[in-house]
Design a protein around this ligand. Structure first.
Ligand code: ATP
Ligand code: MG
Length: 431
């Protein structure tokens, strides 16, 4: 058998122990805010049928055209093979689950999720093939009030995390009918200037002309700048919805910029769309993005019209922005040395268990693997623990334990094992 080392698959990252504390800090703060707004967690499969994504995200979008990890399942007993896809985003699966379990029927839901998503993109800083998103979705609410509240909640995330350089961009995509009328105008504008379009945009002109507005090609910007604007072709009801949203954001003191070219890359959106953008991550500047998708539940087979709005944010991009933050130290409070015969190890393990019973928040590392006092002490110091608990044969006989501070210059002392819990509580945890 070959001993060749197999590396991780391209674009799939290991998140190492040195990196998890910052991720945990981000997740904990965001989770607290989500719960404060009444959102409940939903956990969804990573694998769904390919059709779920092509029907919701849209056949002619970047994701469905070229970014999905899809494969054929093993044949069933008739030899049929289903096409399955690793989820590229969370909304489609959330809608599928909501319909399947009757969560939307005459109900309102505020849901959130966290987990990995998969897109076959060119890996670069802030763009990976497996990445993590936290997302939230609200169902059964059609007004601009929930759009506003959701945006206020995202603004609170950034305040909570100490991020103050994100810009909120908003736009309205109007109703499907208004968008269809606008689409004709756009096609006629770009068709008259076809020679100025890059290859991607020429293709999109036939399939998904709105996406031309999303082009990142600098040479296309002037042409896009002068194109007719969707905001000027919105239906009355959508205009009013948008005006109220802006009014509510102003009242709540959240700054925004209307970006008439913000169209989002997925087909299911209507009316409100928004993005939080930073200048500090180059072309990967969108940290959080979302919008309203009132038609999707019915489009995927839901029995009742179910208005919906949601967003998702990429955790890796937040990690990049927050890499300077000092997160709380999670090194052990105490390190238990067990120096001596089998009786020491027996008593040591049992003592550690009783401490964990008594003090659930105690971070206690036991020294396993034996060795001299000196070598054990070295490891205790390296662990970052505040205090060393030394159990030797003498201590076992006397039912005592010796305590030595590792970060402060104080004389060591011994206490009865039965009192150790109290000592640790007052000396370390409550401190
Ligand atoms: P972009 O324009 O950067 O490709 P997007 O419009 O495809 O983003 P969404 O589908 O709206 O992104 O996903 C929401 C968020 O998820 C993004 O704002 C970003 O923070 C994150 N995200 C999307 N794709 C990736 C990726 N390949 N790697 C890391 N994070 C990503
Ligand atoms: Mg993308």
């Amino acid at each position: 058998m070959s001993k060749k080392f197999l590396k991780a698959v391209k674009g799939m990252n290991d998140i190492l122990p040195s990196e998890t504390p910052l991720l945990q800090y981000i997740e904990k703060n965001i989770r607290q805010v989500l719960e404060a707004y009444g959102y409940q967690e939903i956990r969804l499969p990573l694998l769904e049928s390919t059709e779920l994504f092509s029907r919701s995200i849209g056949e002619v979008t970047d994701i469905v055209e070229k970014e999905m990890f899809s494969f054929l399942d093993t044949p069933d007993k008739y030899g049929n093979r289903d096409s399955l896809t690793l989820r590229p985003e969370g909304t489609a699966g959330c809608v599928r689950a909501g319909i399947e379990h009757g969560l939307f029927y005459n109900q309102r839901q505020r849901l959130w999720y966290i987990g990995p998503m998969f897109r076959h993109e060119k890996p670069q800083k802030g763009r990976y093939r497996q990445f993590y998103q936290i997302g939230a979705e609200a169902y059964g609410l059609s007004g601009p009030d929930i759009d506003a509240e959701m945006i206020l909640m995202t603004a609170r995330f950034w305040r909570r995390l100490g991020l103050d350089d994100l810009e909120l961009q908003i736009n309205s995509l109007g109703s499907a009918a208004a968008r269809a009328a606008y689409r004709e105008q756009l096609v006629s504008y770009f068709s008259d200037r076809r020679s100025q379009l890059d290859a991607d945009s020429q293709r999109r002109l036939q399939t998904n002309p709105l996406r031309i507005l999303d082009s990142k090609n600098p040479e296309m910007q002037a042409l896009i700048e002068n194109a007719p604007q969707l905001l000027e072709h919105l239906d009355e009801a959508s205009l009013e919805h948008f005006a109220t949203l802006k009014h509510l954001l102003e009242k709540a003191g959240v700054n925004y910029r209307v970006n008439p070219r913000l169209v989002r890359g997925l087909d299911y959106y209507n009316r409100t769309v928004f993005e939080w953008v930073t200048q500090n991550l180059g072309a990967q500047g969108t940290v959080c993005a979302g919008g309203r998708y009132d038609g999707l539940v019915e489009q995927l087979g839901g029995k009742q019209p179910t208005p919906a709005v949601g967003f998702a944010m990429g955790l890796e991009r937040l990690v990049l922005l927050l890499s300077q933050v000092q997160v709380a130290d999670k090194s052990p409070h105490a390190y238990l040395l067990m120096v001596g015969n089998d009786a020491v190890i027996e008593q040591g393990l049992c003592l550690a268990e009783s401490l964990r019973d008594l003090l659930p928040e105690l971070r206690l590392l036991t020294h396993c693997g034996g060795g001299s006092f000196k070598s054990q002490f070295k490891r205790a110091d390296k662990s970052g623990a505040k205090i060393a608990l030394v159990l030797g044969e003498n201590e076992v006989t006397n039912q005592e334990i010796t305590l030595k501070y590792l970060r402060e210059n104080r004389p060591q002392f011994s206490v009865a094992q039965s009192e150790l819990g109290e000592y640790l509580k007052t000396l370390i945890i409550d401190k």
